[in-house]
Write a protein that binds this ligand. Structure first.
Ligand code: GDP
Ligand code: IMO
Ligand code: MG
Length: 438
């Protein structure tokens, strides 16, 4: 059974890109199945830092064919920019190596304008979206008004559809008191993009199933966002508009569950979140007590390093907190993880003590699972166990048994609390800064 699915087990930015990069060397196909350029996957190879938003991380490996699946929402202009950036770095982004699903939906300037207008209207209750037009594009998909990538094949029809989409968006924008879009200005870049992208358009579900059948290809599915941002399983409404958890891979690429043999959850050794919504273990970085603020600053970093906790896509500082095993356990259930990949263990070095939330208290009750309602999650108080930290720099360690005893105990507690073992632990952003366990 040749399919491995990798998804984020928390609120995104867990290090999925680097986890995919670790396995992509032996993959025939690497495929994104959901989201769009709200994702930012960072890969550090040699002296180069790659920030991928739409293109799967397999593009950095010569062999893998990279697929943008039907479950994605794609901004064609931004896809071309990303392709051009990678081509300028010497990577092969030809249609032999990159395939775009004809069934994927397109993000237009109308979606981007509507995303911004809706966020502005929500004011202090804003979701804190990435403003990439993701929500409005999925709304059009579900509302059966969307434009699919395959429609870029006929420029005349595509142009008409774009004009109609912009007219419809302008009605909403006008009712919201927002500036209107000029269709004659915003459509030409999309039409030019369509012309260039035509050779890439593929029936990717058919392609994947043919590769599975004919050459037993190894397929690696690269999740974007994270389980706690899933429109069904996350802290609704503070979520994205797709299903970034395991089930989304089946729908977003078009294969059956019988092909899947591994499901890997990528989790950071602590918690981060960017955007609004509840985060029970968040540490107050501004006004907390001095000890709490110091830990928060330690976890976030100053921004001097590219791996510090500032968004890859938006540059926004990420909220930080202790590891939340209540959420992680829930993610393990929702995704059916066979293994965990635990990232950024190196960042915990130098903290005297570490905390892991193993339960919540809500209205006098103790919970070992997160409540469904965002307000209840916000009111839940984490119950912590405290572990001894370690001072050693672990970034040069490549063997599990060489890790400080306290670090191994920390990992063991995470595994016990979630019931899933960590197959990989990363100790730095570089490709080889990881410990793979038997
Ligand atoms: P993704 O969206 O899940 O792919 O994650 P991002 O790329 O948005 O954020 C993860 C950040 O952490 C990136 O800057 C990675 O280079 C960095 N990173 C990943 N693993 C490690 C690690 O083990 N240690 C450190 N220090 N940085 C890491
Ligand atoms: P990767 O793949 C972290 C968050 C946004 C916001 C919410 C909705 O890099 O892990 P959207 O623009 O999707 O409508 O925003 O989801 N969000 C992410 N947070 N990493 C991501 O992707 C994210 N993609 C969306 O911050 O809270
Ligand atoms: Mg990211």
């Amino acid at each position: 059974m040749p399919i491995t699915i990798i998804t984020g087990a928390q609120w995104g930015d867990e290090g999925k890109g680097r986890a995919v990069d670790w396995l992509a060397a032996s993959a025939d196909v690497v495929a994104r199945f959901g989201g769009g350029d709200n994702a930012g996957h960072t890969l550090y190879v040699g002296d180069d830092v790659f920030k991928l938003h739409l293109i799967p991380s397999g593009i950095l490996h010569d062999r893998a064919v990279n697929v943008l699946g039907n479950g994605m929402v794609i901004n064609p202009v931004n896809l071309l920019k990303e392709m051009d950036t990678l081509a300028a770095l010497g990577l092969d982004v030809s249609p032999e190596r990159l395939k775009v699903s004809t069934r994927a939906h397109l993000i237009t300037p109308a979606h981007i304008a509507l995303d911004a207008a809706k966020e502005q209207k929500l004011g202090e209750n804003a979701i804190g979206t990435t403003l990439r037009g993701i929500g409005p594009a999925y709304l059009d998909k579900a509302g059966r008004n969307g434009i699919r990538a395959g429609e870029m094949r006929d420029l005349e029809v595509f142009g008409d559809k774009l004009h109609a989409a912009i007219r419809a968006a302008n009605q909403t924008l006008s009712a919201m008191g927002q500036p209107l879009l000029n269709a004659d200005e915003v459509t030409p870049p999309l039409l030019q993009a369509a012309e260039r992208l035509r050779p890439y358009l593929t029936d990717t579900a058919r392609y994947i199933n043919r590769r599975l059948r004919e050459d037993r290809a190894q397929i690696l599915c690269e999740g974007a966002q994270g389980t706690l941002l899933d429109v069904d399983h996350g802290s609704y409404p503070f979520v994205t508009s797709s299903n970034p958890s395991t089930g989304g891979a089946l729908i977003g690429l078009g294969f059956g569950p019988t092909h899947v043999n591994r499901v890997i959850g990528v989790a950071k050794a602590f918690s981060t979140r960017v955007g609004g919504g509840p985060m029970p273990t968040e540490l107050d970085i501004e006004d907390g007590d001095p000890a709490e603020t110091a830990v928060a600053r330690h976890l976030r970093g100053t921004g001097a390093n590219f791996w510090d906790e500032f968004g890859t896509t938006t540059g926004r500082p990420r909220r930080v907190g202790w590891l939340d095993a209540v959420m992680l356990r829930y993610s393990c259930d929702v995704n059916g993880y066979t293994d965990l990949a635990l990232t950024k263990l190196d960042i915990l070095s130098g903290l005297d003590e570490l905390k892991i939330a193993y339960a919540y208290e809500l209205d006098g009750e103790r919970l070992d699972y997160p409540p469904a309602n965002a307000d209840d999650i916000a009111r839940a108080r984490p119950v912590y166990e405290t572990l001894t930290g370690w001072s050693e720099d672990v970034s040069a360690i490549r063997r599990y048994h060489k890790l400080p005893e306290e670090a191994r105990y920390y990992i063991r507690r995470v595994e016990e609390l979630c019931g899933v073992s960590a197959i990989m632990v990363s100790v730095g952003p570089e490709r080889d800064q990881l410990i793979v366990r038997d």
